[in-house]
Design a binder for this molecule. Structure first.
Ligand code: ZN
Ligand code: ZN
Ligand code: ZN
Length: 263
């Protein structure tokens, strides 16, 4: 059995967006407040964070999360990596480097963004990461248990395109999570066969260059055929949570910050 908690479900600027007075940004419904997109997945005794955006600290405090086994990154954009400096808290309590799973291209970006964490002579207290290289092939996360045995978690990445940028979605058990996509190659859809909980990004109703629009996301949901589907990485242009619930097909719902689902 697994569990996913949506830590953030907003697009790169979050909702409310600074300076915006639209009906979504000024809504009093807490479900219309969307931090930057990230999710906590708990499966087989592992706690894995998918993406670590600029709201990471706030998300950990809100959900009372005191430790994680690893961070897996979908891509290098700041709204998915901007919180990695705060991994320091876990370094402090674990007294060891923290594992991050990312593609090589993402790691290159981290080495620039957090150059001080990779320099030869580190300032005391800077974050300490162990980078694990992944690609679109299935990979395993391993951890040592208190009795010295090891436990493993298998993750299947899904190759997705974010405009022209190759990024990753992840399947863990019968749950699949795709954010920031604007295209999924047909052959990758095979990896989503039998998924029972499907999460996909939707930025707005109208077509967008680098994110799925609502009609495009619904078309992929139809192809995947999962019984439960949730939308994430939503912008204020998509409308209020309540309005969205009223127009979406029966098997599709907008996720919201703090929502937990079992799979
Ligand atoms: Zn994003
Ligand atoms: Zn707005
Ligand atoms: Zn992005």
């Amino acid at each position: 059995m697994g569990k996913i908690t949506f830590l953030g479900t907003g697009t790169s600027q979050g909702i409310p967006m600074i300076g915006c007075s639209c009906k979504v940004c000024t809504s009093s419904d807490p479900k219309d407040n969307r931090l930057r997109t990230s999710a906590l997945v708990e499966h087989n005794g592992f706690r894995i964070l998918i993406d670590c955006g600029p709201d990471f600290r706030q998300q950990m405090l809100r959900e009372n999360i005191s430790d994680l086994d690893a961070v897996i990154l979908t891509h290098q954009h700041k709204d998915h990596t901007g919180g990695l400096d705060d991994i320091r808290a876990f370094n402090y309590f674990r007294k060891e480097a923290f594992p991050i799973y990312a593609e090589e291209i993402v790691q290159e970006s981290l080495k620039m963004e957090y150059y001080y964490a990779f320099s030869e002579y580190k300032y005391p207290g800077v974050p300490d990461y162990i980078l694990h290289t992944i690609d679109e092939k299935p990979f395993t996360i391993t951890k040592k248990l208190p009795d010295n045995s090891t436990s493993t978690l298998e993750i299947t990445p899904i190759r997705v395109f974010h405009y022209r940028l190759p990024i990753l979605g992840f399947r863990i058990g019968n749950m699949a999570y795709i954010t920031d996509g604007s295209r999924i190659p047909e052959e990758e859809l095979a990896k989503l066969k039998g998924v029972e909980l499907f999460i996909i990004n939707t930025v707005r109703h109208e077509k967008h260059i680098s994110h799925f629009s609502l009609p495009e996301a619904l078309e992929i949901i139809r192809k995947v055929g999962a019984p439960r589907n949730f939308l994430t990485h939503m912008s204020h242009q998509l409308g209020r949570h309540e309005e969205l619930c009223a127009i979406l097909p029966e098997k599709v719902k907008p996720a919201y910050d703090g929502l937990t689902l079992e799979f």
